[in-house]
Structure formats: C-alpha cells, structure tokens
Design a binder for this molecule. Sequence first.
Ligand code: FAD
Ligand code: MLT
Ligand code: ZN
Length: 477
Amino acid sequence: MTHTAPTALPDLLIALRAALGDAHVLTEGDLSSYEQDWRKRVRGKALAVVRPGNTQEVAAVVKACAKAGVSVVPQGGNTGLVVGSIPDTSGTQVLLSLQRMNAVRAIDADNLTLTVEAGCVLQNVQQAAEQAGFLFPLSLGSEGSCTIGGNLATNAGGTQVVRYGNTRELCLGLEVVTAQGDIMHTLSGLRKDNTGYDLRNLMIGSEGTLGIITAATMKLYPLPAVSLTAWAAVPSVEHAVKLLGLAHQHLGAGLTGFEMMGQFALSLVDKHYPQLRVPLWQDTPYCVLLENSDTESEEHARSRFEYLLELAFEDGCVTDAVVAESLSQARNLWHIRESITLAQAEEGLNIKHDISLPVSAIPSFVANTDALLKREIEGVRIVNFGHLGDGNLHYNVQSPQGSDNKLFLQTQEDRVNTLVYNAVKALGGSISAEHGVGSLKVDTLPDYKDPVALTLMRQVKLALDPQGLLNPGRVVR
Ligand code: FAD
Ligand code: MLT
Ligand code: ZN
C-alpha cells in the first residue's frame, strides 16, 4: 500500500524531468494508448507517463518514485489481456514505458544467444535473429507490438510452445531494476549456473510486481530448412487429441505447432474477414492447424507430413485436409488462426478464458462444460480455440445472438467464470495458462491456487518490494 502526500507529487515530477528530460515525462495530451487496456475494458489515469531511454534512467525513475512513495506500473506494448499494464484510476501512479529501450545489444552466434533491451518489439527480435541466420521461435498474434520485456514479464506462450516452450524456457539471463532502484546485472548466456536461488525465473512471469526487466539474453535456434503447414478438419476434440498423439509420434521434434479451432470461432473470422477464405470450417466441428519444421529438406518434410496425414485419415482422426503449397499459403492459414482474437473483438465484448489442463482431460472438459453452459444460459455461444498441443484453450463465452454484449458481461461474467473455473479445477487445471493474472484475475486466484503457494507468493512480494510500489494490485494483493 502506498501513501502519497499530494505535496510530494510536484517534487516527484521535477525529479523525473531532471532525470529523463521534459520530452520523456508526459502529463498531458492524449495518453489513451498508455492508459487504456488492449480490450478497451478499463481506462486508468497516470500521474505521468515516463519513457526512459536506458537502464540507468529506469533506476533513477524507480528511486525517485520510491522516495516519494509513488507506485510504478511498467508497460511494454500494452497488448496484455488481463489488465496488468495500465495505471489505476487514482491519477497518482507513474506509468513507465519501456518502448524507447529497443536496442539489440549483441548476438553471440557460437553461444546461440541474443541480448536485447526490454522494449524491443517481438517481431524485431525475430527479424534480428533471422538476419543473423537463426530462429527466435517465440511467436504470438500480437508480435507486431508486444515487447520482449512484456513477454518475459507474462511468461508468454504462443504458437510454438509445443516445441520450444514458453518465454521462460527461451531466457538465459536478465538485467532487472529492483523495487529499490538498484540494477541486478545477471545478463548471462550460461546454460548452466547453479549458484543459488533462481531469481531469473522468479522475475519471469511476475508481471512487473517484483522488478522491472530492462534487458534479456535469449536462446537462438538453427533456422529450419523448411516449415510445412496443414489445416485439417477433425470430427471431435477426442480426434484432435488423437491426431496430436500421432503427430508427436511421427514428427518428433519436427512438430512445431498444433492449434485447434472450433467452428464458431472460425465462423467469426469468416464473418468479419471474409477475404481470408477460411478453409473447411463449414462441415466440421473443429479444425486443427499443424506445423512440421524440418532441418533436412522439403522432400523429407513432405514425405513425413503426408505419411502422418495418411495415418490420420485411416484412423478417422482427420476427415479432410489442406497442406499449404507455398509460404504465402502457410502464412494465410496462420493469419486465419491469429485473427480469431480480432474477429471476436469485432463481434463485441466476450468473457475470455485462458485455461490449461492435461491434454488427456481436454475432451471431457469441453464436452461437459459446453453442455453445462448451454443448459445454464440459453443460446450462449462458445468461442473455443487455442494451443491444444500445450493443453491450453481460450474457452471464451459470447452472449446469445442478438443480445446486449455489455449487459451479458455485467450480469453473467462472475457466474460463467465460476462454472468454467470450477470445471478446470476439478480436472487439475489452471485458470491462467499464458496471459497471467493482472488485475482481472487477482481476486479470483485465491479460490483456485494452492493456499500455501499463495502465501509464499505474498511473502516473496513483501521481501522484494516491501513498500508495495511495483505494479500494486496485480498478481497478489
Ligand atoms: P504489456 O501488455 O505492456 O504488459 C504485460 C504485463 O507485463 C504487465 O503486467 C506489465 O506491467 C508487465 N511488463 C511489461 N513490460 C515489463 C518489463 N519490461 N518489466 C517488468 N514488467 C513488465 N499472450 C500469450 O501468451 N500467447 C498468445 O498467443 C497471445 N496472443 C495474443 C494475441 C493478441 C491479438 C493480443 C492482443 C494479445 C495476445 N497475447 C498472447 C497477450 C500479450 O500479447 C502477451 O501477454 C505479451 O507478452 C504482452 O507483452 P507486452 O509488451 O504488450 O506487455
Ligand atoms: C491467442 O492464442 O490467440 C491469444 O492468446 C489471444 C487470445 O486469447 O485471444
Ligand atoms: Zn493464446
């Protein structure tokens, strides 16, 4: 909890301007891109938006804020989906944008690492890696605007996790500004370092509540010789899971993507972006997008991929399929998948979920929860899609056709969340697989997280940020 005397605020602004220069301490004009969340559900009000250009400036901002007892909200690309990166409505928080810190500091080809500043946009990190002849595999629909600092702070997932893991698995070292304004220099390209507690992994996924990430050393991989993409119609979720098993068995480490999309989710893309020409969706309850990356050759990849699909047809897992013949066709198929979020936003507000379960539990979860929701709320529409290869579904709930989305959210959100999360808990799952907790789920978490784990989390927060100045009200209260 912070206690800020209003008289301290003008002094703080003077200190911030002295540290960063007037141009990088914004207090007026249109600040909506910093103050509003991506889904446009919440709008906050900052005391000031500060835009430091280097790590020392981040440290100076945090020190000045700590002295004034003012809290700091770090922000990268502001694409987070759990209302974690915007200020509250008090007008007393400093919003610290990392966007100016966007340099690629180094690429070490022999060590297969790249060191980047936190505000680097993910797509630029991918491009820097590719220009050096490597792959940086993290890939999300928001990659054109999210930042690597935000990806680390949320431990983002995305569409390549089935092969390369979450952002956590891709990170070897961090540079962090602590809640006291000190700089923790642990940028390291080491793959082995057992010298005590793993502070890097504590910072990753902490959503700006334990420290401000200013730079990171990330792993690189060899570029595959080819990546093939297939879009398959599957008759049920059970069949999609069976197909996943076959893909693991026959592609091994070549399986780099496995996404499932329900018919209603695809119908929204078809409705709002007809130019994308969604294939196969009308005659099947689910489609699956598979990617096979191969380090040998296109011929090798195609023969393995075609063999897998043959087996899947024989087993009845797949009823129809399209294999992209060119890079542009493959990109279009991925673009369809990544447009579901935007198509949903066009359709109107919805109740968003980001749940994970053991893959084996997903068919029964979907069958039982679909039936339960349809029984409880007549005409409810379920936008089910996600990273099936990781056991992670975006099991979203849209209001009945023709009804008022806003009213639906106001009256049904808590009830729907309880139904869905109780079903997830009963099957040993998580209520936040990849988007984090933010402020959207902070009050729900205690009902679903192990109480001892939650107590330890609170103790960690207290130890690292005793004044409660870093992104208060997010993750834990
Ligand atoms: P922000 O939104 O700015 O911040 C997110 C959180 O991190 C906040 O709590 C903030 O305080 C903190 N933070 C930001 N930068 C720092 C820093 N340098 N140091 C400390 N804390 C910091 N997420 C997935 O996991 N998988 C997906 O597939 C995916 N797809 C998406 C598709 C779309 C269209 C959209 C809009 C979002 C998607 N997301 C996805 C969610 C979002 O893009 C990710 O959470 C992303 O990692 C956020 O990065 P950001 O830079 O925008 O962070
Ligand atoms: C996705 O997988 O597309 C993202 O996590 C975004 C979303 O859940 O809408
Ligand atoms: Zn996702």
